[in-house]
Design a protein around this ligand. Structure first.
Ligand code: 2P0
Length: 347
């Protein structure tokens, strides 16, 4: 029951997210199915904001779209969007009826080493679902958000965790009811201790990564420790889901830091092997351990696929931890830059 639309426009923002149990490795079918389940904190301030104007055109065999970054044409991003549209075509057959003008910008600085693929693909997927909703007004909210996450996954795996919920799981796991390989599921019953949890992102290296995440995932095929790692991720997710419900921050820290180091250990033991951490990454980790030992404040770190360090801590120690960051860690950041973020709710 399609309604007729000639011309309309939408806009969405979607946040970045930081994995606690890391997605690293895909199943071999080319459908963006994770080899292991993951869980992440949704961020609040690091976002992509994307507007899409749609205008009906003659239905033909090709997609047509313009891509703007901060209002200016950005040709080099087009192939990634073209590939995304091709991947989702069979789920969104209406797309070829429209010319799209996609205009996108990020709230975080260019080449900060903060990946924009999760927030970017999530924001674009939300816009596409707004078009679908305009064409098929009867679709439910649940369907809207689940399909947005499904589409975002096809753009970039971790993007499916940037749609809805403060904490989101992706990938089938026995401990999480309704978990799915196909889309992210909001984690219910987050303990009070993790509400407003803080993530201060220390920008250690803003340069281009030596190995992309997509290639890194591929290197898990035939990796000597892959199977054991995938099992471990299942176990860590099961344990962490209890911890997030019950509020045990000490146990949270053990799993989260171990996951970050394991992610990088997988990179170092790939063939070809690679290292994304920098000397300053290790300096910061050492300082965080010292500070935690001295103060007993529940501060920990996690890492993404890069050199930046995410410092995670509860809101009630924010002032003291920020002071520590300013006094002891800023010197290890490129140009002294860091970003204060915290748990957010999604797109
Ligand atoms: C994650 N990362 O769980 C892990 C941990 C980076 C480190 O997912 O190929 O950009 O687009 O599915 O999602 C980064 O990989 O890769 C990532 P694709 P993606 O957040």
């Amino acid at each position: 029951n399609f309604s007729t639309i000639d011309k309309t426009a939408f806009a969405w923002s979607a946040p970045s997210n930081i994995a606690l149990v890391k997605y690293w490795g895909k199943k071999e079918n080319g459908e963006q199915i994770p080899a292991n389940p993951s869980i992440s904190f949704t961020l609040k301030h690091c976002k992509t904001i994307t507007s899409v104007e749609v205008k009906r055109k003659e239905m033909n065999e090709s997609f047509s779209f313009d891509l703007l970054f901060e209002g200016q044409p950005k040709e080099e991003f087009k192939p990634k969007i073209q590939k995304f549209l091709e991947r989702i075509e069979r789920f969104c057959p209406y797309l070829k009826n429209f010319h799209l003008v996609i205009d996108t910008k990020n709230t975080f600085p260019h080449s900060s080493g903060i990946a924009s693929s999760a927030s970017g693909m999530a924001a674009l997927a939300m816009n596409i679902m707004s078009l679908e909703k305009a064409l098929v007004p009867a679709i439910s909210d649940d369907y809207f958000y689940a399909k947005a996450s499904f589409l975002a996954r096809l753009g970039s795996g971790s993007a499916c965790r940037s749609i809805k919920g403060e904490v989101v799981t992706w990938g089938e796991n026995q401990s999480i009811k309704a978990s799915s390989d196909l889309f992210g599921v909001a984690f219910e019953s987050l303990h009070e201790n993790f509400k407003q949890y803080q993530d201060t992102i220390l920008l250690v290296d803003k340069g281009e990564k030596v190995v992309s995440s997509t290639l890194g995932h591929d290197l898990m095929h035939g990796h000597p420790y892959a199977e054991r790692r995938f099992e471990q991720a299942h176990d860590n997710l099961a344990a962490l889901s209890t911890i997030l419900k019950e509020g045990a921050i000490e146990d949270f820290i053990k799993i989260v830091e171990s996951e970050a180091l394991t992610l990088h250990a997988m990179m170092m033991t790939s063939m070809p092997y690679f290292i994304l951490m920098k000397p300053n990454t290790l300096e910061i980790i050492t300082k965080i351990w010292q500070f935690r030992n001295d103060t007993k404040f529940p501060v920990c770190f996690t890492l993404d696929a890069g050199a930046n360090v995410h410092v995670l801590y509860p809101n009630n120690v924010k002032e003291k931890v920020l002071q520590f960051i300013k006094d002891e860690l800023v010197g290890y950041c490129e140009n002294g830059q860091y970003i204060c973020d915290e748990i957010g709710k999604g797109a």
